[in-house]
Design a protein around this ligand. Structure first.
Ligand SMILES: Nc1ncnc2c1ncn2[C@@H]1O[C@H](COP(=O)(O)OP(=O)(O)O)[C@@H](O)[C@H]1O
Ligand SMILES: [Mg+2]
Length: 370
């Protein structure tokens, strides 16, 4: 897409209306200001239908951060991402939940213009990553799956060098880095070599690094994998704050609790495909019940006990080590199981809320973390 100079000093981009097959106006690269050509205003005015359609298209362009249709990635003959459809709206926290090997990172790298699309349609910030990779990369903050910090350098130096890639002046960077280190709670480690940081600190530093250019879209590939619970909560808290500040979050995870905590909307990915899409609550409502009773039985008695649950639970899932009974009233079911003459003698009973892990199990027959 050719870039035009607007009336002011800001660089603006033409708005191409596909129905008209040409530029009909201009907008800021971040989509915040849209201006339709005077001549096209009257053109749209001629036809109320066309005008409404055009207005809707323009609104969609401003709100859509990513749009993927039939997106596919192959490595030789192997298909890592197989015709997936999804879109991410400005300001939302959108997740890819799935086990190792599902194709999450491959999808993220295509979004980040770090890996070419094999087949399908992909727009990122209304740009085509194939032709505008550099523009896409410049506008996204990226937290890759593996920390790619310079371990020989200090915390401050890592951020400074990264900021210099963006051509940001040193004085501005000093101030911004100070603020970012406060934000990720690493101010006291400013002069520490990265080698000496804990896993959680390194992760927070990569997040700070992704924010150096003040992007309004952040891609996070497994932001808390391998961290202990306390370190994970600290990262979640920071991501939640960014979301509140209006940053669009696109993240991958194989932790169902992370997806539930952070994502407004998510897709469940398995074996290169998207198997479900919705908010955490919608997914649970659509695919499982509200509550679950987990039962452990003495060795050798599990199958017989599970059979007795038939007709009393909405669905029964028999796992190698336990039985899951899905129901809308877990307390009533637990009371029933423990009844005098019911012939079931569980050695452990856990009543809990249904989770995205249950949804994954239902849809794929497998567990998220193998
Ligand atoms: N560069 C590559 N070359 C060949 N195969 C790859 C490459 N990257 C990923 N894969 C394969 O693609 C599949 C999906 O990988 P990935 O996107 O990393 O999944 P996830 O991030 O969900 O764990 C895996 O089977 C992986 O081995
Ligand atoms: Mg991955």
């Amino acid at each position: 897409m050719e870039r035009l100079r607007g009336a002011g000093v800001t660089t603006v981009e033409p708005i191409v209306d596909e129905a008209f097959g040409r530029s009909v106006g201009i907008r800021d690269p971040d989509g915040s200001r849209i201006q339709v050509n005077e001549s096209d205003r009257s053109l749209y005015a001629l036809n109320a239908g066309a005008r409404t359609a055009a207005a809707a298209r323009l609104a969609r362009m401003a709100d859509l951060v990513v749009e993927a249709r039939g997106l596919t990635k192959r490595f030789g003959g192997f298909t890592a991402v197989d015709h997936v459809d999804f879109s991410v709206q400005r300001g939302e926290a959108f997740g890819f939940l799935g086990p190792n090997g599902a194709g999450k990172s491959s999808t993220m790298r295509m979004i980040g213009a770090n890996s070419p699309v094999t087949e399908g349609h992909l727009r990122v910030l209304d740009l085509d990553p194939a032709t505008h990779g550099q523009a896409v990369r410049a506008r996204l903050g990226v937290v890759p799956q593996e920390d790619t910090l310079d371990t020989e350098l200090t915390v401050f130096e890592n951020l400074l060098i990264y900021g210099r890639y963006f051509g940001l002046p040193r004085s501005l960077l000093r101030e911004r880095i100070g603020q970012l280190l406060d934000f990720v709670q690493l101010s006291e480690r400013r002069g520490s070599k990265v080698d000496n940081l804990s896993g959680g600190m390194k992760r927070r530093l990569v997040i700070a690094r992704a924010l150096v250019s003040e992007p309004d879209v952040l891609l996070l590939d497994e932001p808390t994998t391998g961290l202990d619970p306390q370190a994970r909560h600290l990262v979640w808290d920071r991501l939640y704050r960014l979301k509140q500040q209006g940053v669009t979050l696109i993240l991958t995870t194989h932790y169902m609790d992370e997806a539930e905590q952070l994502c407004d909307r998510l897709v469940i990915m398995d074996r290169a495909r998207i198997v479900a899409e919705g908010s955490p609550r919608e997914l649970i409502t659509a695919h499982v019940t509200r509550e679950v009773v987990e039962l452990r039985f003495p060795p050798g008695t599990q199958d017989a006990a599970a059979a007795r649950l038939d007709g009393h639970a909405r669905r029964v899932e028999v796992l190698p080590d336990r039985v899951l009974a899905y129901t809308d009233d877990a307390d009533a079911l637990a009371t029933f199981v423990h009844g005098q003459d019911k012939g079931m003698h569980p050695v452990a009973t856990v009543v809990r809320r249904a989770t995205l892990e249950d949804v994954f199990l239902r849809l794929t027959g497998r567990s998220l973390v193998e």
